[in-house]
Structure formats: structure tokens, C-alpha cells
Design a protein around this ligand. Structure first.
Ligand code: UDP
Length: 486
């Protein structure tokens, strides 16, 4: 009797708009194209409204429901605990709540739970689904290449003893670009750091899944997908499904009325450099001043989403730092706003990125290379000046840059203090906006825009990949183990 109901999947997402937004897009497509209902599960801990604007904007009467796991205490963690430590601790402490929720959904939802999906930072939760006999998947909102590096982390830990930045040669994984140790995810940069072990465990937990649902597309990661398929055909890993690019068609804030859109309307085509370091990226005070001076010296028009500087942490805004944001922009160099007002606009904390990238006046993007930003810039055909900060952003920058798809130029930091000086900012900004290398990157960005569009056409690759996953779920739903609600 179960099989006649629409499949019902439960997706557990980690905190952060970069995790929640692609899940919402995914669930929206599942409902619209495949008649699948979804329950999106979030964590009550670490949550602030800034994490879930996409959830708040779900249309009423939709086939997508939400459930928040009760908050768990994490106040025993040191106040400077790494973001991954915080999230993984919440994931572990919430497992009993997740089990209770899954049990109640199995009992109450007409289709039971056809499949359980855990976001990239919560694969520990797959064990709960396994216990309950529910098919389980990893929902991976970043590149397949970065997933390959995380799957490789246990081997890296076992087979090497130095810091990965000191490895004698690049790490070469099947179908992936050669990566220098320093370009691997930021928490594996230091073996002694307890976060290193958490990442190793993450790589091991991924092995519990029946499949990886990845926010990527063939034209972007063709070789990686082919190599991964070979590995999964040999039973090394579960199969990967390229269902992307999962990008929103609009931001959640009311973009129409946002003053930066009116400002953009008054600028010439392709003339504005958009500067934004994701939902959480922050710069030190020195770096903020150098960026400001560099933008000013570049002579380019700019739209800068600025954040209160932080000298300790480059993702200080990730858990909703905007609550103590400085809307007065008082931390910018003296006179900067006045001197640049004819060519620049600075917006504190947050702006409607999807609409900005889609605006005809925007010609370049200074980006931290978070994967959502990377896909959004491809969807808009805008070239990038890569300024990676944390997580897997350095390898994303490699993928976007000349070793990879070639839509990004790089800024170079000083060796001694890691600061990108003003002259470098100014030169790189000019090169991207009006230089020859920028023109090449722009061409590549437009080529990828076309490929991203093709991936998403009805009946196209993303649609077919998702249909394959849904078919598999439907088969599983007809099987007695799940139908019985385990
Ligand atoms: N974003 C936005 N406005 C901002 C900053 C970020 O709309 O001012 C959105 C952006 O469009 C993207 C997400 O927040 O969808 C950031 O995700 P990404 O993976 O790029 O980086 P993260 O925030 O996870 O570091």
C-alpha cells in the first residue's frame, strides 16, 4: 500500500545559508518535477534567522515541511571552538532527537520515510537511518572534487606523517585536479588540531551511505564524475549523482527594493566589480583597509558587501555575526566613502547576491569561492577574482582558476603576513574588469553559463540524474523493510 503514496524524503541540513539554500532548492525541484515530498530538518542549536531565510520563504501549502531538532547544550565548548567542532558536536548530541523524529515520521507519514539524506557535515546521522532500515544518502552541496578529498582524508592521515602543506608533491586523486596540500580543506592543515580527527571521521562516516547527491554538473566536473563512477562500479564508493547546479533563482531578501539594485541600475553595462565573501567571511582590520584602498586605487566601479573586521577569525559572521554588525561602516578608512561615492557603493553585511550577479551592470566578482557563490557566478556568466578564506574554498579557487575551468583570476597574498596589499588588489581588479586575462575569464564564465543552462533544461542531465535517484527511492519504498517502518 505504501508505494502508491508520493515518496517522502527527510533531509538533515547543517546550519548556514550555504547549506540550507541548496537543500531548499533541491526539495523544490523534487516536488515540482518528481512529485516527492520532503521534510527538511534543521538544528535548533546554532540557529539564527540568518541561517534559514530560504526556509522562511517556502511557499505556503507546499509539499515541503520543516522540523527543527530541539536545541542541545554546547556551552561547554571553548568560545573559540572551530566552526566544524561546533557543528559536529551539535550533530552528535542531537542524534537521539533525530532518532525520535525519524521514528515518528516513519509511523505517521503516509509514505513512511523513503530515504534519509544527511548534509556534508552530518554523515554521523546516517547510522541512525541505518538502524531504522531507511536508505541513506549524503547530500553534498559542494564539488565532487572536494568530496573526493574528504573521502581521502582517512588515507591521508594513515599514510603520511607531515603536515599536508609539506607533502613532497601534489595530491592526485582519480579524475581530480592535482592539489597542493595547502589547497586541501582548511581543517586538515594542522594534524595536531582536534578538528583534523573530526574530518577523518567524516570521511569514514560517508562510507555508510547508499549514494552521494552532489551539487555539480557534467560540464563542470566531467572527469571527476567519470572517475568516481569507475570507483563506485568497483564498489569502492557508493555512486554519485550530479543533480546541479542547484542555484536559487532569487535571493531571499526583497531584492527589488534594495538600494544596491537601484544603484546598479544607474551604472554602465559590465562596469561594476561586486565584492562579497559569502555569508560568513570576514577580513582582518589591516586587510579590510588594504582592500578598501585597493578598490579605490583600481579606478573601477564597485559594490562591496562589507563586514566588521575580525583579526582572529576569517568566518566570524558564519553564525549570524550581523546581529552585532556596524551599519555605520565606521571601520572603513577615513574619508573612503566620501572619496569613492561617485563610483562605489558599500553595503553593510548582506545583499541580494543572486540578483546582483544577474544584473547587467556587474562585470566581475571578488569571491571567497564558497561553492554556492561559485555556481551562482557560473549561472550568471560573471568572471571571478578568487579570494579563498576557509573550508574547501582554496580548492574551489583552484577549480575555478586557470588549472581548472578558467573563469577566475587569483589575488596573491604577501608571504610574511598573508595580507593582500592594496597594489595587488588594484592591479587584479583592473585585470579582471578591463585586462586581457579578465576577458579570457569572462569568455569562460559565459561558456559555463551556457553549460549550466543546458544542465538544467527540462529533460536535461540534472533532471535525469534526479529522476534516477527518485526511481531508486520508489523501488526501495516498495520493499517491505521500509514499508513496515522498520
Ligand atoms: N549570500 C547573499 N548575500 C550576501 C552574502 C551571501 O545572498 O551578502 C548568499 C550567496 O548568494 C550564497 C550564500 O549566501 O548563496 C553563500 O554560500 P557560499 O557557499 O557561497 O558561501 P558560505 O557562506 O557557505 O561561505
Amino acid at each position: 500500500a505504501q508505494a502508491v503514496h508520493a515518496p517522502h524524503v527527510v533531509v538533515l541540513t547543517s546550519p548556514g545559508v550555504g547549506h540550507v539554500a541548496p537543500v531548499v532548492e533541491f526539495a523544490t525541484r523534487l516536488a515540482a518535477h518528481h512529485g516527492v515530498t520532503t521534510t527538511i530538518v534543521t538544528y535548533g542549536s546554532l540557529s539564527s534567522p540568518a541561517h534559514s531565510p530560504s526556509l522562511a520563504s517556502l511557499p505556503a501549502g507546499t509539499t515541503i515541511s520543516t522540523a527543527a531538532l530541539p536545541a542541545v547544550a554546547v556551552d561547554d565548548l571553548p568560545s573559540d571552538a572551530h566552526i566544524v567542532t561546533r557543528i559536529v558536536t551539535v550533530v552528535h548530541r542531537s542524534l537521539p532527537h533525530l532518532r525520535a523524529l525519524l521514528r515518528s515520521l516513519l509511523a505517521s507519514s503516509p509514505a513512511g520515510v523513503t530515504a534519509f539524506l544527511a548534509d556534508m557535515l552530518c554523515p554521523a546521522a546516517l547510522a541512525v537511518a541505518e538502524d531504522l532500515g531507511v536508505p541513506r544518502y549524503v547530500f553534498y552541496p559542494s564539488s565532487l572534487m572536494s568530496l573526493c578529498t574528504l573521502l581521502y582524508t582517512p588515507e591521508l592521515a594513515r599514510t603520511t606523517s607531515c603536515e599536508c602543506r609539506d607533502l613532497p608533491g601534489p595530491v592526485v586523486l582519480p579524475g581530480c585536479l592535482p592539489l597542493h596540500g595547502a589547497d586541501l580543506v582548511e581543517p586538515v592543515q594542522e594534524r595536531a588540531n582536534p578538528v583534523y580527527e573530526l574530518l577523518v571521521q567524516l570521511g569514514l562516516d560517508y562510507l555508510r551511505c547508499d549514494g552521494f547527491i552532489v551539487n555539480t554538473f557534467h560540464a563542470l566536473e566531467h572527469e571527476t564524475l567519470e572517475a568516481f563512477k569507475e570507483l563506485s562500479d568497483r564498489g569502492v564508493y557508493a555512486p554519485a549523482y550530479a543533480v546541479g547546479p542547484l542555484v536559487r533563482s532569487s535571493s531571499d531578501v526583497a531584492a527589488g527594493g534594495h538600494r544596491c539594485m537601484t544603484w546598479l541600475d544607474a551604472q554602465p553595462d559590465g562596469s561594476v566589480l561586486y565584492v562579497c565573501l559569502g555569508s560568513g567571511g570576514t577580513l582582518s582590520a589591516v586587510q579590510t583597509a588594504e582592500l578598501a584602498a585597493g578598490l579605490e586605487a583600481s579606478g573601477q566601479r564597485f559594490l562591496w558587501v562589507a563586514r566588521v573586521p575580525n583579526d582572529m577569525d576569517n568566518c566570524a559572521s558564519y553564525f549570524g555575526g550581523e546581529e552585532d554588525g556596524d551599519d555605520t561602516l565606521g571601520y572603513l578608512p577615513e574619508g573612503f566613502l566620501e572619496r569613492t561615492k561617485a563610483v562605489g557603493l558599500v553595503v553593510p553585511e548582506w545583499a541580494p547576491q543572486v540578483e546582483i550577479l544577474g544584473h547587467r551592470a556587474v562585470g566581475g566578482f571578488v569571491s571567497h569561492c564558497g561553492w554556492n557563490s561559485a555556481l551562482e557566478t557560473m549561472a550568471a556568466g560573471v568572471p571571478v577574482l578568487a579570494w579563498p578564506l576557509f573550508a574547501e574554498q582554496r580548492m574551489n579557487a583552484v577549480k575555478l582558476g586557470s588549472e581548472g575551468v578558467g573563469l577566475a583570476l587569483r589575488v596573491t597574498a604577501r608571504e610574511d603576513d598573508g595580507v593582500v596589499p592594496r597594489d595587488e588588489v588594484a592591479m587584479a581588479a583592473r585585470e579582471l574588469m578591463v585586462g586581457e586575462k579578465g576577458a579570457v575569464a569572462r569568455r569562460k564564465a559565459r561558456e559555463l553559463q551556457e553549460e549550466a543552462r543546458k544542465a538544467l533544461v527540462p529533460g536535461g542531465p540534472a533532471h535525469r540524474a534526479l529522476a534516477a535517484v527518485v526511481d531508486m527511492w520508489k523501488c526501495a519504498a516498495a520493499s517491505p523493510a521500509v514499508a513496515a517502518g522498520a
